[in-house]
Design a protein around this ligand. Structure first.
Ligand SMILES: *[C@@H]1O[C@H](CO)[C@@H](O)[C@H](O)[C@H]1NC(C)=O
Ligand SMILES: *[C@@H]1O[C@H](CO)[C@@H](O)[C@H](O)[C@H]1NC(C)=O
Ligand SMILES: *[C@@H]1O[C@H](CO)[C@@H](O)[C@H](O)[C@H]1NC(C)=O
Length: 321
């Protein structure tokens, strides 16, 4: 360290100490849980009808590991050494609001993925669309990482991942993970707070999901990548791992396979409007939602593909706007 730098360091330390003292005097404590109280959020959840796990979903794998209870209002999905498990919606939807309340497995969770996502790889194996919430287990007890991602029209060569630390313990209570998807934007929300917005600009239009998708909730073993790139695999000594699901909420346009254009797909009923995600409240974020988005992204975001120049020599076009 040069003389100049050590002087600089000395003054910087003093300045920091003064700031710390100042802030605790004002009753605002740095580095305490105070920073984990997010700004208030407009409630989008509870505007839409609830789906029933018995009627509107079916197991997609690990059938015996899917346990539906509460007369279809809740489901537990389980992973153990033999199998993971998951549910998928019977219908496909062309745009809408899709939400699940999820409580994650407690205890040791490395290598596990609990996903709430939309996909149409069954209908369009070569040019599918996908919108993902992936909750990634962690080597530390209780620390789960939230990853979001999307693919459009088969854009599988370009991962558009973003990762966030959660501002709560996701294993003690249910929290709401929601996707708002219309032709204007895709918004990922956690407890109604937007964590990511993908605006449908010309730059991203070829990779923007625009075909009907089904909704899935799954738990599986992703030992080879989920936790620090595969450094910490699933430890089955702690199995079974159980994720609980509830409040499966959906407002959207049910896709009718006999009408491939999707133009006349029937809207599922909604208490607030006929076309639940086209109204003013859904085509752009409110100022309050923007504040929430900025709060999350400035404090909790730990990875964005748009900043990963080692991975992308040329960043995807939407990153430059
Ligand atoms: C269970 O759910 C079905 C379908 O949603 C409903 O018709 C029925 O009344 C419910 N039964 C009870 C006991 O809540
Ligand atoms: C999606 O991909 C298909 C086939 O790969 C192509 O014909 C079509 O034009 C693409 N659509 C968009 C919106 O890019
Ligand atoms: C579902 O899983 C939770 C753990 O998240 C457990 O406490 C509960 O007993 C399970 N319910 C059923 C019906 O299996």
């Amino acid at each position: 360290m040069t003389y100049f730098h050590s002087k600089l360091f000395f003054y910087a330390t003093i300045l920091c100490t003064i700031l710390l003292l100042q802030s605790s005097k004002n009753g605002y404590m740095l580095f305490t849980t105070a920073q984990y109280v997010p700004p208030s959020a407009t409630r989008l959840t509870s505007l839409f009808p609830h789906l029933n796990f018995n009627q509107d979903f079916s197991p997609v794998f690990g059938g015996p590991y899917v346990q539906i209870y509460g007369n279809g209002s809740n489901a537990n999905i389980t992973l153990d050494k033999k199998s993971g498990s998951g549910l998928g919606s019977k219908n496909h939807y062309n745009y809408g609001f899709f939400s699940a309340a999820i409580k994650l497995p407690t205890g040791f969770s490395s290598g596990i993925v609990v996903a709430f996502y939309m996909s149409n790889s069954d209908l369009f194996p070569h040019n599918h669309d996908e919108i993902d919430f992936e909750l990634l287990g962690h080597q530390n007890h209780k620390d789960w990482i939230l990853q979001t991602n999307m693919y459009g029209n088969g854009s599988v060569k370009t991962g558009r991942e973003e990762k966030f630390r959660l501002w709560f313990d996701p294993t003690t209570q249910f929290h709401e993970y929601s996707i708002l998807w219309n032709k204007h934007h895709i918004v990922f929300l956690v407890d109604n707070i937007p964590v990511r917005e993908v605006i449908h600009t010309p730059a991203i239009s070829t990779a923007y999901p625009s075909k009907p998708m089904a909704v899935y909730a799954t738990i599986w073993d992703a030992s080879d990548w989920a936790t620090h790139g595969g450094k910490y695999p699933v430890n089955y000594k702690y199995a079974p791992f159980v994720a609980s699901l509830g409040q499966m909420e959906m407002g959207g346009c049910i896709y009718n396979p006999n009408d491939i254009s999707g133009q006349s797909c029937s809207k599922s009923s909604s208490p607030s409007s006929l076309d639940p995600v086209e109204g003013l409240d859904f085509v752009k974020l409110s100022n309050q939602q923007i504040q929430g988005l900025q709060w999350v992204r400035s404090r909790q975001m730990i990875y964005s593909y748009c900043k990963d120049k080692r991975r992308y020599k040329v960043l995807p076009p939407e990153c430059n706007t």
